[in-house]
Design a protein around this ligand. Structure first.
Ligand code: PA5
Length: 436
């Protein structure tokens, strides 16, 4: 069966980079590809994500679906506790696939609420306060290290709330921990209390863990078809293993970004024209920034939601400092068709658009923006997403993961660590008088 594939279009790069400079990068791309496939590059002990799509155990998928089924049965609310790579991927997936105004963020109306991604009293108090008294609650606390302070404190507060609502047996059934197989405070607590657990593999780092139970379980609870998601990622995994290096879109994306970086374009704007893509771009932003930004190097990723942001940062993109490039992430087909009505009196003079859909106007806004930014000196490319499906979402995840691995090696850094994240933590712990 011919499946709908995401596609990268780099035609608009031509005025800014000639083919020769891109071709000149091919030996470096080949070397990066070899490092990834042979596991000979920096951080090679964190390459477990590479074959997750094709090698995820069927038993694990069925365990995830079974517990998710239990959560979904009573239309329970899932409180999903995690930060960084431990929540951005599942939030992206759920928001990409759910109806936009389902407050309870689930495809079938079930609720998945995220917390533990900040240290804000209003956030957690308002969240717990908003839960209806008779709502059925489950908790998924996710932390690879099992020691991160934001989710750990959120869990303590949520646990205290749950204790007041459920007896010990019910409470134990309702907490599912996703963490390391043996290390960390969360694992210890899960074993002591008898909470059910999912394991994050040792060789998969946080921001590459969306296709482990970290992402799969919350998404399954929201009704995402996780087999389809993995199928989408697996098809890209297969392309990467079989296709010629020069034809792999994710590698082209890495090459173009790197060529632009070498020209002094140090800021990438990831732009969407569809609200369901916002959180997907948030996930990309973290993956790209935490993987590349080290040793004084890296492209600074930022996000723009268009057309909204054309009325905010559009001016800067068009005429500000020329140190930026842009990656449009475009949804090709909307499920709905909001048709512009004909008004006999034409009070707003918009009858020239009557009969057209809003998406048609949006697509012209996209084309107009591409032209404007190209002539304004902003190199740009477009990742085309055929539809809002789990299959396409799986491809998006794998596309950015493999691409940033290549790109990290092109920069000469380890794309799989994040030593800089410790700096704020160490200062904060000192200020909090954390016992050693
Ligand atoms: O990508 C990463 O490694 C980080 O963003 C982590 O996911 C984040 O810091 C949370 O870590 P942990 O899952 O250990 O709580």
């Amino acid at each position: 069966m011919d499946r709908k594939k995401i596609k990268l279009n780099i035609d608009n790069i031509k005025p800014f980079i000639d083919q020769k400079s891109l071709d000149a990068l091919t030996p470096e791309i080949i070397a990066a590809d070899e490092k990834i496939k042979k596991g000979t590059g920096k951080g090679a002990n964190f390459l477990g994500w590479l074959h997750l799509p094709s090698r995820t155990d069927k038993k694990l998928i069925s365990d995830i679906n079974n517990i998710a089924g239990e959560v979904r049965k009573n239309k329970s609310i899932l409180l999903c506790i995690g930060i960084g790579g431990s929540y951005l991927g599942s939030r992206a997936g759920i928001e990409f696939l759910s109806p936009l105004f389902s407050n309870k963020r689930g495809i079938g109306g079930e609720g998945v609420f995220f917390c533990g991604n900040n240290l804000n009293s209003d956030y957690i108090e308002d969240l717990l306060g908003s839960l209806e008294k008779d709502a059925d609650i489950y908790v998924n606390v996710i932390s690879k290290s099992g020691t991160t302070i934001e989710p750990a404190l959120a869990f303590r507060l949520v646990y205290d709330y749950m204790r007041k609502r459920y007896d010990k047996k019910e409470l134990t059934k309702r907490v599912i921990c996703t963490t390391d197989k043996e290390k960390g405070a969360l694992k210890k607590m899960a074993s002591q209390q008898g909470f059910r657990t999912f394991v994050i593999p040792d060789d998969v780092g946080g921001r590459f863990s969306v296709l482990t139970p970290v992402g799969l379980f919350p998404m399954a609870c929201a009704g995402v078809n996780i087999e389809e998601l993995l199928n989408g990622a697996a098809d890209l995994e297969q392309d990467v293993s079989k296709e010629k290096i020069e034809t792999i879109d994710a590698y082209k994306y890495a090459a173009v970004r790197n060529a632009l970086y070498r020209q002094g374009k140090h800021i990438e704007i990831l732009s969407d024209f569809h609200p369901s893509l916002h959180s997907v771009l948030e996930w990309c932003k973290q993956l790209l920034a935490e993987s590349e930004g080290k040793e004084g190097k890296g492209i600074f990723p930022s996000i723009a939601d268009f057309t909204t942001d054309l009325h905010a940062i559009g001016q800067l993109i068009q005429q500000g400092a020329r140190n930026i490039f842009e990656t449009f992430v475009i949804m090709q087909a909307s499920g709905k068709k909001a048709q512009i009505p004909q008004l006999e009196e034409d009070i707003d003079q918009l009858n020239y658009l009557a009969g057209k859909t809003l998406d048609y106007v949006d697509s012209m806004a996209y084309r107009g923006t591409v032209q404007a930014h190209t002539t304004g000196g902003v190199p740009n490319m477009t990742l085309q997403i055929p539809e809002r499906s789990a299959y396409c979402l799986g491809q998006i995840y794998y596309f950015f993961e493999i691409s940033v691995a290549v790109s990290g090696y092109l920069l000469g850094i380890n794309p799989f660590d994040q030593p800089g994240v410790e700096a704020y933590k160490n200062n904060m712990y000192k200020l909090l008088n954390k016992p050693r």
